[in-house]
Design a protein around this ligand. Structure first.
Ligand code: KE4
Length: 427
């Protein structure tokens, strides 16, 4: 009997490319039919066939407080009852800007947009407009959304489907993007020595989460900071994923590096469409209508989305919030590693803040090349064994996982019980 997930997937593919509105959701990397989700609450999801899952995707990061948190839902309902959109300034946008500047001190001024892609796309344009240079540096395996300049050796879905450099990006555009190895500080120093005067900016995921989770090597971020300062390039920390996850103030707080610009998304919308770019006031004053770098958006600062973001940031600022989700992530990864060891499966796992990485490799990868050594086929089998047991992991070996404040001991224990069986199958 065809399940509702299968019939919905078949129907969706008639009108939507691969049946999804974002590639990774199609399960093409792991195979099978993606559950069509209908409801969520706390750490749990329910699909069209009524199956319940413990969720470790969290909408790819935003749901740090758990799904349908009453305070967030209430804020959204109240905002929606007043207005769905104005296209005009509101007090709530000031409150969100002030909250971001308070939580991320390197951000002196900030502008809201509607996605992480808009944030990074604009940050690149701003770095070029401010420096009056063209070259941009990114790192292999890092994903910064789907703007042309950034779809060069990108991570996430681009990496998952083997097209890290997308079709449709003009060669002249791609030529202005220089790609280095993540954690290769020597390559960064060499590039700046040779072409420092041409480099408008460097954009980096300060903790990489789009080639699975890869931590910055000691000295890597410091080298980028030092080289950008020396050569007048703009250092952009793409904290769309790491913001409020790696630490309340993001990876920049955890690692003590002050970027010139920061891009944000996901958590600041609490599940609604919000992105942001911000940083040094001197740079931000180059943005229209103050300065010559144009950027705009019909729904930027949308009052309903901003209400969700404000309610979410209020929750994460609660005493002990960050410590709690960090402890949950640690318990999860150490438990999974122990289960894999018992089953004799070559596996490793790590977490930072409330993000985690699972690897079918003896040790966590420290570079893109090491990520590619992971046993993707065994991950795919493990993924389906876990899904069948009600555990919803990211459907790709090249994505990080997320816990929320709604994940407690019961959820971790249930996940480890499922993993015990799943590892036995894939051993
Ligand atoms: P969005 O345009 O998807 O809101 O943000 C793009 C983006 C920018 N920077 C970083 C570090 C990101 O991780 C993302 C988006 N992350 C992916 C998950 N790896 C979103 C999921 C998807 O593409 O469907």
């Amino acid at each position: 009997m065809t399940s509702r997930n299968e019939s919905l997937f078949a129907r969706a593919q008639q009108r939507v490319p691969a049946g999804v509105n974002s590639p990774v959701r199609a399960f093409r990397a792991v195979g099978g039919t993606p559950p069509f989700l209908e409801r969520a609450s706390g750490a749990y999801l329910w699909d069209a066939d009524g199956a319940r899952y413990i969720d470790y995707v969290g909408s790819w990061g935003p749901m740090v407080a758990g799904h349908t948190h009453p305070k967030v839902v209430e804020a959204v309902q109240a905002a929606a009852a007043r207005a769905l959109s104005f296209g005009a300034p509101t007090e709530s946008e000031i409150e969100l800007a002030e909250a971001i500047c308070r939580l991320v001190p390197s951000v002196e001024m900030v502008r809201l947009v509607s996605s992480g892609t808009e944030a990074t796309m604009t940050a690149i344009r701003l770095a070029r407009g401010f420096s009056e240079r063209d070259a941009i540096v990114k790192f292999e395996g890092c994903y910064h959304g789907h703007a042309d300049s950034l779809l060069v050796k990108a991570g996430s879905g681009a990496l998952t489907f083997g097209n890290p450099s997308s079709a449709g990006v003009p060669a002249v555009t791609a030529a202005q993007t220089v790609v280095l190895g993540y954690n290769d500080a020597a390559a960064a120093r060499e590039l700046f020595a040779a072409r420092g005067a041409e480099i408008a900016g460097v954009i980096v995921e300060p903790v990489a989460g789009n080639m699975n989770l890869v931590l910055p090597a000691p000295g890597f971020l410091e080298t980028l900071r030092e080289q950008c300062t020396r050569h007048g390039a703009v250092l952009i920390f793409d904290e769309v994923m790491t913001g409020f996850r790696v630490a309340t103030g993001g990876a920049q707080q955890r690692f003590g590096i002050r970027p010139d610009l920061t891009t944000l998304g996901k958590v600041i919308g609490g599940g609604m469409p919000v992105g942001a770019f911000g940083g040094r006031a001197e740079i931000m004053r180059h943005i229209a209508p103050l300065g010559p770098v144009y950027q705009a958006g019909t729904l930027s600062g949308n009052p309903v989305a901003v209400a969700a973001g404000l309610a979410t940031l209020a929750l994460i600022e609660a005493p002990g919030f960050q410590q709690g989700i960090e402890a949950t992530a640690k318990a999860l990864v150490s438990g999974l590693a122990a289960q894999a060891k018992k089953a004799g499966v070559v596996f490793s796992a790590q977490s930072i803040g409330s993000m985690f990485g699972l690897y079918f490799r003896a040790t966590p990868p420290a570079s893109f090349a090491e990520v590619m050594q992971c046993d993707q086929e065994r991950f795919n089998r493990f993924f389906h064994e876990m899904l069948a047991r009600g555990i919803y992991l990211a459907p790709s070996a090249y994505e990080a996982g997320f816990v929320s404040a709604a994940h407690g001991t019961a959820e971790v224990e249930a996940t480890l019980a499922a993993a015990r069986a799943a590892f036995a199958v894939v051993a």
